[in-house]
Design a protein around this ligand. Structure first.
Ligand code: FES
Length: 145
């Protein structure tokens, strides 16, 4: 299996690892098939995500995609973060092997789950904003959009 240099870099030196004790939103997603789990913490000021941390108990690609995803949304607005697709994360990493595409889906879902938690804490139903969060349960090797 071939990984790009960027994937190897984010796997070996993941950015934004850790947790935020007084986070404004915390989201956790998992993939039932591989058992990998991703947890994200956001600090949000107004509509800007000012700080992001994550913990990923999973494969190298899951660590690399969560690292890249946190880099891509830090300092951005909630709206921009909601538009972050797993495809954009993969592109920023110069691609992933097909069997690892689902790992990037986990990163996209973790961002959305964290924002959903943020809205829930405000007493706002997140579903119309964040969309329905599907259970992440994809077959390994399956192509995601
Ligand atoms: Fe399942 Fe990477 S997240 S193998």
């Amino acid at each position: 299996m071939m990984y790009s240099e960027k994937v190897m870099d984010h796997f070996a030196n993941p950015r934004n690892v850790g947790e935020i004790p007084d986070a404004d939103g915390v989201g956790e997603v998992g993939n039932a098939k591989c058992g990998d789990i991703m947890k994200m913490y956001f600090k949000i000021d107004g509509d800007v995500i000012t700080d992001v941390r994550f913990k990923t108990f999973g494969c190298g690609a899951a660590i690399a995609t969560s690292s890249m995803a946190t880099e891509m949304i830090k300092g951005r607005t909630i709206e921009e973060a909601l538009q972050l697709s797993n495809k954009a994360v993969m592109e920023a990493l110069d691609g992933l092997p097909p069997v690892k595409v689902h790992c990037s889906v986990l990163a996209e879902q973790a961002v959305k789950a964290t924002l959903a938690d943020y809205y829930r804490r405000q007493g706002i139903d997140p579903e119309p904003i964040v969309g329905k969060l599907e259970e992440v349960d994809h077959d390994h090797g399956e192509e995601e959009e």
